[in-house]
Design a protein around this ligand. Structure first.
Ligand code: EPU
Length: 444
């Protein structure tokens, strides 16, 4: 297993390009299962989660070709064998997003078996809303021996319906992607109410429409899909990764650096930038906004950062996927911040690790109170990554801390950030990837 060794205290400076979005790429890749024609995706990031999804698609009879290297990876996907129908537990347990093959497989092949995802480090993550939505489209769902089996009606085709996708914690993102993609091949009209408004859903709808689907309203809480008999191939550029962009903005601010981020999806980062401005971090466009809502931005920050209250919400609110990174930054602010997590109320594994670096954080239920600036800032320490965004939080903390921070188990990070150590080193950070075996044995 790899670890990062970080010498804190170096200001970040320079220019970095934001990669294609992981959370858009995963459902976009699954859309290739809806057609026998080739689908080309440009700008797919090189990540462990993407490699897992490609492995799953290969098992489901989809041939994948790497067709060059422009800005990011270009993949051509084509289904050549439709006989398989099972997403095995082996793959699903390494990547929950495997669930996004459920809708496309059911709609196109009439039957699918997907292992039920198990526990998750960031808390309870049920899939009941996905299943209820598919049932509303006429599917029969059974759960047996750890597998979900979904079968289309005897006509072989799902039937359009009105579906409410809101749960106790708001709408579901991948659930919306699943129902929206299944509805494309259903008979008649589907209306998804309380749909997730995340930009990744807009990106998926954009690809599906290019494949011949008739989707309107993506990005709003009501999505309407007029079913069509078949979908064809398409060529699509993946949106840039708003969470990667937000992470680098916070890393820059934590070191009082100044960077330019190219291809930053500013339009999707309104809530994050609004909160950052209150902290004293400026994110200013330095180029024209593209039709897709991205531009180059300059990130600068005030010398003394201010504490704030931040609560995570579904889009367009402050994203849960930036909560941990924001908490690392607030450890550097001068005063008391309050961080409330409303999507995954247990997503706080980074709190104990930040405390090892000298942070003063009290957690009660879904809220953490951060006393920033305590003891003159964070101090480097050995810490352990527990999930993807918690890893990013610890790296931000390490970049700003005095002394050396060792972050173990960075395989969590590699699931969602492409060669982060190289990007940070190019911006002037002192950071190195090492084999954990090279480190001093842990005490205890
Ligand atoms: N929920 C239900 N029932 C369901 C589905 C979800 O109650 O059937 C609840 C969840 O427990 C959670 C809330 O609804 O409290 C939202 O979950 P959602 O289904 O929207 O999450 P997801 O679609 O599985 C995606 C991202 C996550 C991100 C969430 C929320 C991908 C691959 N994953 O997950 O990303 O946190 O949306 O924005 O798109 C990450 O990248 O680090 C990550 C965890």
């Amino acid at each position: 297993m790899d670890a990062f060794v970080i010498e804190g205290g170096r200001q970040l400076s320079g220019t970095l390009r934001v990669n294609g979005s992981k959370n858009a790429s995963l459902p976009l890749l699954a859309c290739a299962l809806l057609t026998d024609e080739p689908v080309t995706l440009r700008g797919v990031p090189k990540l462990a989660d993407i490699a897992n999804m490609l492995r799953l698609l290969a098992e489901l009879g989809c041939e994948v070709g790497d067709i060059g290297s422009g800005k990011g990876r270009e993949l051509s996907l084509r289904v050549t064998d439709s006989s398989a129908s099972t997403a095995r537990y082996d793959i699903v347990r390494t990547m929950r997003a495997s669930i996004c093959v459920l809708g496309p497989m059911l709609a196109k092949r009439g039957e699918v078996r997907v292992a039920l995802p198990g526990g998750c480090a960031i808390g309870h993550r049920p899939v009941d809303l996905h299943l209820r939505g598919l049932e509303a489209l006429g599917a029969t769902i059974t759960i047996d021996a750890g597998y979900i089996t979904a079968t289309a009606p005897s006509s072989g085709r799902l039937k359009g319906a009105s579906i409410f996708m809101g749960g106790n914690s708001g709408p579901t993102v991948l659930g919306t992607a699943n129902i929206m993609s299944a509805a494309c091949l259903a008979e008649g009209r589907t209306v998804i109410e309380s749909a997730a408004c995340e930009p990744e859903i807009v990106d998926v709808a954009r690809l599906l429409n290019a494949m011949g689907a008739k989707i309107s309203g993506a990005g709003t809480p009501r999505i309407t899909v007029e079913g069509v008999e078949q979908l064809g191939g398409a060529d699509h550029e993946v949106m840039s990764d708003r969470i990667e962009a937000g992470t680098y903005i916070m890393a820059c601010a934590a070191t009082h650096g100044e960077i330019v981020l190219e291809n930053c999806p500013l339009d999707s980062l309104m809530a994050a930038c609004d909160h950052l401005e209150r902290v004293g971090v400026r994110v200013e466009p330095v180029s024209e906004m593209s039709e897709r809502g991205a531009c180059d931005v300059r990130v600068t920050s005030e010398r003394v950062l201010k504490p704030i209250e931040v609560t995570t919400h579904p889009h367009p609110g402050f994203p849960t996927d930036l909560q941990a990174q924001m908490m690392a930054l607030l450890c550097m602010a001068n005063g008391i911040s309050v961080v409330t997590e409303r999507i995954y109320t247990e997503r706080f594994l980074h709190v104990a690790e930040l405390s090892r670096m000298g942070a003063h954080i009290i957690r009660q239920g879904p809220t953490a109170v951060v006393s920033g600036g305590a003891n003159g800032g964070l101090v480097g320490a050995p810490v352990m990554a527990s999930d993807l965004r918690a890893s990013a939080c610890l790296i931000i903390a390490g970049l700003s801390a005095r002394g050396t921070t060792t972050v173990r188990r960075v395989y969590h990070l590699d699931r969602g950030y492409e060669k982060m150590e190289e990007s940070l080193a190019a911006l002037g950070a002192t950071i190195e990837r090492v084999d954990e075996k090279e480190l001093e044995p842990e005490e205890g």
